[in-house]
Write a protein that binds this ligand. Structure first.
Ligand code: E4P
Length: 217
């Protein structure tokens, strides 16, 4: 499973990318606004931090304008993936991007039929928003399982990118449901390393080791 970071904070991305465990990055207009810097500059910097796919979202709502913005974003670096909202206009643009060889991440997916349309449009990634569906009263992870079954039935190449991940349990469930990738907020990513029994066990091992008076080197 590929693990992406959902952030436009370049300092935080640099820190976590140093673990070697970050396969890509996703951003959205809210995250870019939070970064408080020009979008193209931030995206270029992120593309230098990670070699993998970096999603950069269009702001236009009409397909021709999305295509113009997406081409500009794709020109920033070879690993840019143009993020497009799951609307009729967004899927028209997705279809055109696919014909131009520009990678796309179709975002704001909340239903299986939407995901089916995105795959037919030639999306490189589909982003079902698990946490926001949970907030809405649905079981977000069920959508990942439904999309997995549909894409496998018809051998669609579109990768399932579990988004709106809120905790480690979401990451586990997305992996079990067969998501190809999950995009994870940095604080949730950092928490994945931790377990209280790991800390407790390590304290015990270090204390027992110290009693031996030995050194490995
Ligand atoms: C995905 O690409 C989105 O940027 C993100 O996962 C949205 O998550 P949120 O619901 O926590 O804002």
């Amino acid at each position: 499973m590929q693990l992406f970071l959902d952030s436009a904070d370049t300092a935080v991305l640099k820190d976590l990318a140093a673990t070697g465990l970050v396969d890509g990055v996703t951003t959205n207009p809210t995250l870019i606004a939070k970064a408080g810097r020009p979008m193209l500059e931030v995206i270029a910097e992120i593309c230098d931090i990670v070699e993998g796919p970096v999603s950069a979202e269009v702001a236009a709502v009409e397909s021709q304008a999305m295509l113009a913005e997406g081409r500009r974003l794709a020109a920033v670096a070879t690993n840019v993936v143009v993020k497009v909202p799951l609307t009729r206009e967004g899927l028209i643009a997705t279809h055109a991007f696919a014909r131009e060889g520009i990678q796309t991440n179709v975002t704001l997916c909340f239903s299986a039929p939407q995901a089916l349309l995105a795959a037919k449009a030639g999306a490189s990634y589909i982003s079902p928003f698990v946490g926001r569906l949970d907030d809405y009263g649905a079981v977000g992870m069920d959508l990942i399982s439904e999309i997995r079954a549909i894409y496998d039935n018809y051998d669609f190449d579109t990768e399932i990118l579990a988004a709106s991940i809120r905790n480690g349990a979401h990451v586990t469930a997305a992996a079990i449901a067969g998501a190809d990738c999950a995009t994870i907020p940095p604080d949730v990513f950092a928490a994945l390393f931790k377990h209280p029994l790991t800390d407790k066990g390590l304290d015990q091992f270090l204390s027992d080791w110290a009693k031996t008076g030995q050194s490995i080197l």
